[in-house]
Design a protein. Structure first.
Lengths: 166, 758
């Protein structure tokens, strides 16, 4: 299989790689770049476990060829925290509000929520639910995922967040 | 019951003193999971790794007559194609079973096809892409035989045992007499479809052989069972097999028994003499790794003029494969839940050309309580009673078919707290009485939740170090439920050390056997062994201190001291004690270790019926024109003994209730009756609830003390949430529309099938 040289930026770092034109972005990231935080749950674009960012958009990386990402800025879960390791507001929300169980959907959820809050910094509960409807979670019942995103929104906006009484 | 030895409740309560248990601490592994650093099996990329992809059968019965191996092997990057013609022969037939907790499997030992999506070859290549292309080039040809599919696809037959070995039949009293004397009778048949676990992480193996030694990364809910299964199939010593499974991306039963595809990954690595990664594609999760079998359940019930049950009959027909036996124990629920002088439950099986079903979250109780809770509701309405009052009228004070007392049962409080929170009292009795502002029909329903409290054999090791830190080792598994956290809480309290000073090691077969993360018994199983291992350490430490006249504890006697915050203190005077560090230092010890084990207690099982209970209340809204159904509110109140971590437990209930939503309204694996192939083997068309489907959910933790069930007094919470919820939703749909749906999932066409009803 002929390979193409692509240049792209992954989590702020320049990268160059030879990829086959049939290689999916998710497989490129996981197998070639050893960035295994994004997961594969369905191979068909329905679960969102493979969500990453390409040029400021949430993208299901199982639906994208690696060659399509040539020249792009890619962010994965590995690049969401601060340079010093400080968790992003969304990561902190998932951690503190227990927005996860098995954690398999979590990187995709966090990447999608991250973009959702940039698009809409103060979403209503329903906007959150519809905003991440393309990300499946088989474990949590989504309750705490919504809370995690509300927590992150509050933190970003500097507004108070009160965990609903449990 | 007076001849049994009562446990020393005071002693148990004392041993439960602690500062970690009961705290809603967040997950220990949370940081790893939110940063993408938690390593699941498929995330492991050892040097020299090859990729394997399974080719699976496009027919459901017959033989593979041709595979174009040459074309696949000619594809650049393909290393080898493993087929029945060249696959390594196993040391024993994969169809031999030493015990019931084993899957018969299809691992290229012959060319037969027993179900659609059965593995028929494995292509191994330098890259995943090459292996995938190699599979496409195989172009299999088959000698196909007619598929036998569904509950009517072959002849039903009688069963001896169902589920994990429960008797297929069970009951008390005379059903016909009970029905004859009833003032109100009700009979109906309910159907539940095949459902697939679909943990978000597909099964994956990364296998590395070194001579006769195997290192395996794969998700497992039962490491010791998996190790034994592999040892038998490959004819090697279990001690030569190391399985690493620190994080599972969900299991729900699909990762309980070691499955064929996992074996194929190991075979492939041996076949090519290099490390091999084999990951299932989502559609391959529909077949070789188990599912919940279809059921058809017929219930006949009778009630007297006061609403008291006079008869409860629950007969189940359920599918299994043609090559193995697992039968969904749907009727067992009716043996435990309601008081009736006559109860009869039975199961029959029917074989189909499908992969073998297996335990799936709340096996038995999920489909069984779905049907039972609908039938009870229908009878209540027929008898002119409020459905909740009717359930209370038939409250089982003792386990109906055994006469045993319950080890604990706070179901009344569950009904009361759930109903109060939901606002049940204002519910109109008749259907179609409520509308919301948009004109949608609103309905409210209730269902009782129940799941047995079990425990499996397990062992643990605990170590206390002179620097005040501690370590606990057990081969338990965290499939997402929170074992990393809750087991550490149990360990910290057992050892009397700070939670943060406790290292926990789980998820490896090299550790003492941690039993099974299944049957809602994971925490009871591993936690009890940890509790005993910790007690063993404390006992040894106490022996050192109380026999040493330089210790302030000298003479206190072994049982007169208890662990508290890194110290042993006198039980009669907690101000007098000595730190672990000083006891160990004086004895010249760097550390001290202990062992513990746990397992079922036959005398307790003889004496008590042990179940978790709960009550679920559901609100649905139905579009009167289109029949579209939405669950808008769920309140579940559950009593499951002691709660180790309310945050984790509540999350289990939420997740369980969502599974109830999926069961009631979405999940349905649809087979083409002509070919036997599933028509929706993917996450696009096999529907599970998405975020936008999810209602407001509340989970109430009802206090319950159980001195009998196990040393920790906990009953397990992983599965009960799905039970009760399904019935509550179906009953709410009736209350909204007046239509009784008797086949799951309930979809809009169910309601529209009867024009004029909506
Ligand atoms: S793996 Fe990409 S959406 Fe599921
Ligand atoms: S936490 Fe398991 S899939 Fe979301």
């Amino acid at each position: 299989m002929a390979k193409t040289l692509i240049e792209l930026t992954i989590n702020g770092e320049q990268a160059e790689a030879l990829v086959e034109s049939r290689t999916l972005l998710i497989h490129f990231l996981r197998e070639q770049m050893n960035l295994t935080g994004a997961h594969i749950g369905c191979d068909t674009g329905h679960c969102g476990a493979c969500t990453v960012e390409i040029d400021g958009m949430s993208v299901k990386s199982c639906m994208t060829f690696a060659v399509q990402a040539a020249g792009a800025q890619i962010t994965t879960i590995e690049g969401i925290a601060g340079a010093d390791g400080t968790l992003s507001a969304v990561q902190e929300g998932f951690r503190m509000m227990h927005g996860l169980q098995c954690g398999y959907c979590t990187p995709g959820m966090i990447l999608r929520a991250h973009r959702l809050l940039l698009e809409n910094p103060a979403p209503t509960e329903s906007e959150i639910r519809y905003g991440i409807a393309g990300n499946l979670c088989r474990c949590t019942g989504y309750v705490n995922i919504v809370k995690a995103i509300q927590y992150a929104a509050a933190k970003i906006n500097g507004t108070p967040f009160q965990e609903a009484a449990e | 019951m007076s001849d049994i030895t009562m446990p020393n409740v005071a002693a148990i309560e004392r041993s439960r003193h602690g500062s970690s248990i009961g705290q809603p601490v967040t997950r220990r592994e949370g940081h790893l999971k939110v940063t993408g650093q938690a390593g699941y099996a498929a995330d492991y990329n050892p040097p020299g790794l090859l990729h394997a992809v399974m080719a699976v059968s496009g027919i459901s019965r017959g033989r593979v007559t041709h595979l174009d191996v040459a074309a696949a092997e000619a594809h650049p990057g393909v290393v080898k194609v493993m087929t029945p013609a060249n696959a390594p022969k196993l040391a024993k037939s994969p169809d031999d079973k030493d015990h019931g907790f084993m899957f018969r499997m299809n691992v290229l030992q012959n060319d037969s096809v027993r179900f659609a999506n059965q593995p028929i070859a494995v292509v191994i290549a330098e890259t995943l892409e090459a292996a995938t292309e190699g599979v496409a080039l195989l172009r299999p040809r088959y000698a196909e035989e007619p598929a036998r599919i569904g509950l009517d696809g072959s002849a039903a037959f009688a069963l001896q045992a169902v589920g994990a070995g429960a008797p297929a039949k069970g009951g008390i009293g005379d059903i016909e007499a009970g029905l004859a004397e009833a003032a109100t009778r009700f009979e109906a048949t309910y159907e539940t479809p095949a459902q697939y676990h679909n943990p978000l992480e597909p099964h994956a193996t990364v296998a590395e052989w070194d001579g006769d030694k195997l290192v395996l990364h794969t998700p497992s809910q039962g490491l010791t069972m998996a190790q034994g299964r592999i040892a038998g199939l490959f004819g090697i010593d279990p001690a030569n097999i190391l399985i690493k499974s620190p994080f599972l991306g969900g299991g729900f039963g699909a990762k309980g028994l070691f499955s064929g595809p996992q074996v194929l990954g190991i075979m492939a690595a041996r076949f090519v003499g290099r490390p091999v990664k084999l990951v299932l594609r989502r559609e391959q999760m529909f077949g070789p790794v188990g599912h919940r079998g279809e059921t058809r359940q017929t219930l006949r019930l009778g009630a007297d003029s006061t609403g008291g049950l006079t008869a409860l009959e629950h007969n189940t027909l359920t599918t299994t494969s043609f090559y193995d036996d697992f039968f969904e124990p749907a009727g067992t629920t009716s043996r435990h839940l309601y008081a009736s002088p006559a109860i009869a439950t039975s199961h029959e099986g029917v074989r189909a050309d499908i992969g073998t079903p297996i335990f799936m979250r709340a096996p038995g109780e999920a489909p069984g309580s779905a049907a039972l809770e609908c039938a009870i509701d229908e009878l209540a309405v027929k008898a002119g009673m409020d459905p909740l009052d009717f359930r209370l009228r038939n409250y089982a004070e003792i386990e109906p078919i055994t006469g045993k007392p319950f080890s604990s049962k706070a179901l009344r409080q569950c009904y009361a707290q759930g109903a109060a929170r939901f606002g049940w009292a204002s519910r109109p009795r008749a259907p179609r009485q409520m509308r919301d502002d948009d004109g949608l029909l609103v309905g409210w329903g209730v269902g009782t939740a129940t799941f047995p409290a079990m425990i499996f054999p397990s062992e643990a090791r605990a170590v206390l170090r002179v620097d005040g830190s501690a370590r606990v080792e057990i081969g338990a598994q965290d499939m997402g439920q929170g074992a990393w956290t809750s087991l550490a809480q149990i360990a910290a309290d057992g050892l009397g050390v700070d939670y943060d000073k406790l290292d926990l090691e789980i998820g490896s077969s090299a550790l003492p056997t941690g039993g099974i993360a299944g049957g809602s018994a994971g925490t009871a199983t591993a936690g009890s062994a940890i509790h005993h291992a910790a007690a063993d350490v404390i006992k040894k430490l106490a022996a050192l201190a109380t026999s040493d006249e330089r210790s302030p504890l000298f003479g206190a006697g072994n049982s007169g001291v208890v662990p508290r915050d890194g110290r042993l203190v006198r039980q009669d005077d907690e101000s007098r004690g000595e730190s672990y560090a000083s006891i160990l230092a004086r004895a010249g010890l760097a550390e001290i270790d202990g062992k513990g084990s746990a397992g079922p207690n036959p005398s307790m099982q003889e004496s008590y019926a042990m179940h978790s209970h709960g009550a679920v209340f559901a609100e649905v809204k139905v579009d009167p024109d289109f029949g579209q159904i939405r669950v808008t509110r769920l309140v579940g109140a559950f009593a499951a003994g002691r709660i180790i971590n309310p945050r984790m437990v509540r999350s289990q209930y939420y997740g369980g209730m969502i599974w109830g939503v999926g069961f009631a309204l979405h999940e349905h694996a649809a087979a083409d009756p002509r070919s036997g192939r599933l028509m929706n083997a993917n996450l696009a068309e096999y529907h599970v609830p998405v975020n936008a489907d999810v209602p407001l959910i509340e989970a109430i933790l009802v206090e319950e003390h159980d001195p009998h069930v196990n040393v920790l007094g906990l009953k397990g919470v992983g599965e009960i949430g799905i039970t009760g919820t399904v019935g509550a939703i179906a009953n709410a749909v009736w209350h909204a529309t007046g239509v009784r749906a008797r086949a799951f999932p309930i979809t809009l066409d169910t309601l529209l099938e009867r024009p004029g009803d909506i």
